[in-house]
Design a protein around this ligand. Structure first.
Ligand code: CU
Length: 151
């Protein structure tokens, strides 16, 4: 194969990959992490996920180099009006077709257990989201000032 054929082949492959991501049927936006000092063992990431894929999907895992372990958590009301958090049922967050699911302060969140560095304002960390149907998706979380938690 000569050089120009290789170029055409590579362009075709790049085009196919671009198309498959450009369909963007599962869209992840506003990915951010809460600022927290190195002294805090754990951190949290939040994001908005919109599913226009035509079928239900599930966020089944998240990986991040800056966390020893990542879990998908939800806040819930314990007794005496005390909020607690726990891993989501089944270990996955369902993203129903045609709906938008918000991971936000006081609700669903990506729990970063065993932070390996201080989450300073302005830092950015790559996360890999794994969806049951859509597969892996790479996103970047910006570290922002966390809004006050509603009482
Ligand atoms: Cu949590």
């Amino acid at each position: 194969m000569n050089y120009s054929k290789w170029v055409i082949l590579i362009l075709l492959v790049v085009g196919l990959v671009a198309c498959s991501t450009a369909t963007g049927e599962l869209e992840v936006t506003d990915v951010w992490g809460r600022n927290s000092p190195a002294a805090a063992d754990n951190g949290a990431f939040y994001m908005t996920i919109t599913n226009e894929s035509g079928q239900d999907d599930k966020l089944v895992a998240v990986s991040a180099d800056v966390c020893d372990v990542v879990e998908l958590h939800e806040m819930y009301m314990k007794e005496n009006d005390v909020m607690g958090m726990r891993p989501v049922e089944g270990g996955a967050i369902v993203i129903p077709d045609g709906e938008t699911v918000e991971l936000k302060v006081g609700g669903l969140h990506v729990m970063c257990l065993g932070k390996t560095e201080s989450f300073e304002l302005g830092n950015e960390y790559p996360l890999t989201l794994t969806f049951e149907n859509a597969g892996d998706m790479a996103v970047t979380a910006a570290i922002l000032q966390a809004p006050p938690v509603a009482q």
